[in-house]
Design a protein around this ligand. Structure first.
Ligand code: PLP
Length: 443
């Protein structure tokens, strides 16, 4: 018998047959609230008529034209939309089909930039231990998720890793946000000095960490301080906003809130909201000009990059978000979500931390609140939570993993930007019920 090679072949999955706003309906008629947007993707829900019409309209014109022969109005308009709203001089947009591709392109552009400007020794990438940048080999090489990397270690290019900005576990009790951010910036500075600044190409980080830690936002002026260290050594700053960008934190680009401008930025998930597969890399004018006036060719490319159908869908998504002022809703509903989670779960003995920005919210679970001792990894609590929530018609994105020897069980919430106040109540209600069943409070 032939069948789909699912990522977890032992599992039998229901078929998703219909989208209805923030709900997905399966073939038995059961409805699920998509409180994680899949994996922080579906920011407009599953049935937005404007986006569906835009995609159909584009398909009526032409299905596919290779980007070595043609551009399209959809790609040009989307690039214009994204660059005109991007901070600094991130004026140039290179389209791809997803997040890992956007990260791979970012790494290659950084490397090629240094080759073009006569600094070919610069080849080392520094990232953080608590990070996920994608599953392709280049992105996996810089990522910090030990479980995802382990089987492939012999294939991964060496990368350097520094400490994540993880206040819940790492900030000293007498250390202010600024002192903590200074300490981390100093660690990066020391690492670059040790490696030799002339050898280092770029520092790569998720503006707000998603898939390894559940919406871990940096403290104070962390990113400004990191930017200063990069500038001091002529090292590029690459921000991975594949998950945290495109409005998820309440700002179109998450780094706007941090007042920092990277040299290169990767975006994906919320860009197309799942209606079509699309990602993009934004590059600063300085980098673009170096390629243009150097070899005149970026040595990269994929068959489906800049696909007009995907660009038309993504443009419609972004226009709807802007016209309907949904980022304001993201900020308000995000505050409501965190407030209600605190009310419902602060007293729960296994809820260690509730954190995040906008509709990008994480919960860290622990065995013991006072010592922050993690749950036994063998219990696979995150997987049990996912299963229990799903049976209750709630889609969550729980994850477990070991960082710096500490196991973590986290839940990531990333509901669609169209959520109402009542939707948030219902999500908190079902989530609380799920936790009470998987981790019952002792009487
Ligand atoms: N970068 C970040 C921060 C991500 O969260 C992800 C996916 O979760 C990726 C890159 C990879 O994106 P994709 O799964 O679209 O390849």
């Amino acid at each position: 018998m032939t069948h789909v090679f699912h990522r977890n072949p032992k599992q039998t999955l229901p078929y998703a047959v219909k989208g209805d706003g923030i709900h997905i309906i399966d073939s038995t008629g059961k409805s699920y609230i998509d409180a994680s947007g899949g994996a922080a993707v579906s920011c407009l829900g599953h049935s937005h008529p404007v986006v569906i019409d835009a995609i159909k309209h584009q398909l009526d014109q032409i299905a596919y034209a290779h980007t070595s022969f043609f551009s399209s109005q959809a790609a040009e308009s989307l690039a214009d939309f994204l660059s005109s709203r991007a901070p600094g001089d991130l004026d140039h947009v290179y389209f791809l089909s997803g997040g890992s591709e956007a990260v791979e392109a970012s790494l290659k552009l950084a490397r090629q930039y240094f080759v073009e400007i006569g600094q070919a020794e610069r080849h080392i990438f520094i990232a953080r231990r608590q990070s996920y940048h994608g599953n392709t080999l280049g992105a996996l090489a810089i990522g910090g998720n030990e479980w995802r990397r382990k089987p492939f270690l012999p294939l991964l290019a060496p990368a350097q890793h520094v400490s994540p900005c993880y206040p819940y576990r790492d900030q000293g009790s007498h250390e202010s946000d600024e002192q903590y951010a200074d300490r981390l910036a100093q660690e990066l500075d020391d690492t670059i000095e040790r490696l030799g600044p002339q050898n280092v190409a770029a520092f790569v980080g998720e503006t707000v960490v998603g898939a390894t830690a559940g919406a871990l936002a940096p403290v104070g002026d962390y990113w400004k301080k990191i930017r200063q260290v990069c500038d001091k050594h002529g090292v590029l700053l690459i921000l991975d906003e594949v998950m945290s960008g495109m409005g998820r934190t309440g700002y179109l680009y998450a780094c706007e809130e941090d007042g920092v401008v990277p040299d290169i930025m990767a975006i994906a998930k919320g860009l197309g909201a799942g209606y079509q597969p699309i990602g993009a890399m934004l590059a600063s004018d300085r980098i673009y000009q170096a390629i243009l006036n150097g070899s005149g060719f970026f040595q990269h490319g994929h068959t489906y990059m800049g696909h007009a159908t995907a660009c038309a869908g993504a443009l419609a998504v972004q226009q709807v978000i802007e016209h309907e002022q949904l980022l304001e809703n993201v900020r308000q509903r995000g505050e409501q979500l965190r407030r209600e989670l605190h009310q419902a779960l602060d007293e729960h003995p296994n809820v260690g931390d509730i954190r995040g920005r906008g509709l990008f919210v994480g919960i860290e679970l622990v065995q013991d609140k006072a010592s922050k001792q993690a749950l036994d990894p063998g219990l696979k609590t995150h997987a049990r939570i996912k299963q229990e929530a799903f049976s209750q018609g709630l889609m969550l994105y729980p994850m477990g993993g070991t960082i710096d020897g500490v196991h973590g069980d986290h839940i990531l919430l990333a509901p669609p930007f169209i959520c109402t106040e009542a939707d948030i109540h219902e999500i908190v209600k079902r989530l609380t019920h799920t936790l009470e069943r998987v981790l019952p409070r002792q009487a």
